[in-house]
Design a binder for this molecule. Structure first.
Ligand code: 2HG
Ligand code: ZN
Length: 460
């Protein structure tokens, strides 16, 4: 260890794994944004809570910034380390600690992947219902840090709904045991909820107690082709009224083209401007008849052009891949991303304004839209033309995001629905949160992390 501060840390915690190889600094210093050049001081891989606590105390002593790190699948730069920070990767703390059959809770370490949580729940005949495409790589600590949403929010809500307890090391190095798995706890401020979505700025999650629930009834997956944007919410309201929805996701033909080029299977002969993948409870024949009646109604009204019902689990997975494969298919192009939301009732008016804004401002860029339309959450991925320099591309996209933020503000929406603010959206926080609200957030940060060691520069 050439750095004296690191040598001191190594001396304090002889069992702590510390990495300083350039390849490790690069690997652990970035997330899926790939926009910044990673330059952390070192990577610490603690194996237990006491080590995390000692690291945070050491960071306070030496005024060293810490970047808490999970699966680094984040899309907002929340886990990027580019200014000599110590990255604290929780990946070695990845075990299931306890299952309680009476409480129906699973207590886990923060570095466990979402997929491993799903598997552990399934082994108990239950489910952890938060789900999204990065499940195999993202960690539960990161999910908590961003209040991750995903494809089942319409039925189950966001991560926030499923965290019954948290153990956290605050920025000043205190171990906090928050809510302890209680369902009812009306004893003052709920600091657990404050931690959820705080993007590693208030504390480092070292243990989480997750609520589990019973698996949903058997379901059916349908792909719908729609002729225009207005049809999206019309079909949504009919399907939501008639069926018990587990998911209602949309994407455009542009998105489908990218997935098909990356190994996705075409499900329909024709090409249509908009598609919806929906999954709904289909307990018996009657439920299926209801679904088909809703489909027919949509066709008669001119809202649905075509449809496919999955005939097997493999076909259901192939239909889902058309939606879930989008991010991966675009990743090599390093798209500029927006992740925005409005209330469901505001979606139709907002979509129109947004569409004309994007058409006007991005006449030469390929723009891919998709997302959780049933939650009012849209993802916009803008692709850089090859000839354009990266910096110029980002600056043009930032200009459009500014306009988009103004549009969102008029519609009462949010600049970040589920990916977090991180580094990417800091400049737009004020379009979603009032000045007084941001001042209170800053005050809270100061209380939890007086020396400002936790993820400085992120969020605000
Ligand atoms: C999704 O919904 C993820 O698939 C990623 O939130 C969205 O890549 C994106 O913009
Ligand atoms: Zn999403």
């Amino acid at each position: 260890m050439t750095d004296a501060r690191l040598a001191e840390l190594a001396g304090l915690l002889p069992g702590l794994r510390l990495l300083t190889d350039p390849a490790d600094l690069e690997h652990y210093g970035r997330d899926w944004t790939r926009r910044w050049t990673p330059a952390p001081l070192a990577i610490a891989l603690p194996a237990e809570v006491a080590e995390v606590q000692a690291i945070v105390r050491w960071a306070n002593t030496h005024h060293i910034a810490i970047v808490p790190s999970g699966g680094r699948t984040g899309l907002s730069g929340g886990a990027v380390a580019m200014h000599g920070e110590l990255v604290v990767s929780l990946e070695r703390m990845n075990r299931v600690l306890a299952f309680d059959a009476v409480d129906r809770t699973l207590t886990v370490q923060p570095g466990i992947t979402l997929q491993a949580v799903h598997d552990a729940a399934q082994a108990q005949g239950l489910i952890y219902p938060v789900d999204f495409a990065a499940r195999g790589s993202c960690s539960i600590g990161g999910n908590i840090a961003t209040n991750a949403g995903g494809i089942r929010v319409i039925r189950y809500g966001n991560t926030r709904e499923w965290v019954a307890g948290l153990k956290v090391i605050s920025g000043s190095g205190e171990l906090l045991d928050l809510n302890r798995g209680l369902i009812k706890n009306s004893s003052g401020y709920d600091l657990r909820q404050l931690m959820i979505g705080s993007e590693g700025t208030l504390g480092v999650v070292v243990e989480a107690t997750l609520r589990l629930t019973e698996p949903p009834p058997p379901s059916q997956v349908m792909l719908l082709a729609l002729p225009d944007m207005d049809a999206l919410m019309q079909v949504f309201s009919v399907f939501r009224a008639k069926l018990s929805l587990q998911a209602f996701e949309f994407f455009t033909d542009v998105a489908q083209r990218h997935v098909l080029a990356h190994g996705g299977q075409r499900a329909m002969d024709g090409d249509y401007p908009y598609y919806v993948v929906t999954e709904f409870d289909a307990v018996d024949e009657r439920a299926m008849e209801t679904a088909l009646a809703a489909f027919e109604h949509g066709v008669e009204q001119g809202w649905i052009s075509d449809g496919v019902v999955a005939q097997s689990d493999a076909q259901a997975a192939a239909l889902w891949r058309l939606r879930e494969g989008i991010t991966e298919s675009l990743a090599p192009r390093r798209p500029y991303k927006n992740d925005i939301s409005v209330r469901i009732a505001a979606v139709p008016a907002f979509l129109h304004e947004m569409q004309s804004l994007l058409e006007r401002e991005y006449p030469h860029f390929e723009v891919v839209w998709f997302g959780h339309i049933g939650d009012g959450n849209l993802h916009i991925n803008v692709l850089k033309p090859e000839a354009l320099a990266e910096a110029e591309f980002i600056s043009q996209c930032e200009h459009v995001t500014k306009l988009l933020a103004q549009t969102l503000q008029r519609h009462g929406g949010s600049i970040s629905a589920e990916h977090g603010i991180g580094l990417v959206k800091r400049a737009y926080l004020e379009s979603t949160r009032g000045a007084a609200e941001i001042a209170l957030m800053r005050g809270l940060r100061q209380v939890f992390d007086p020396q400002g060691v936790l993820n400085p520069g992120k969020l605000f």
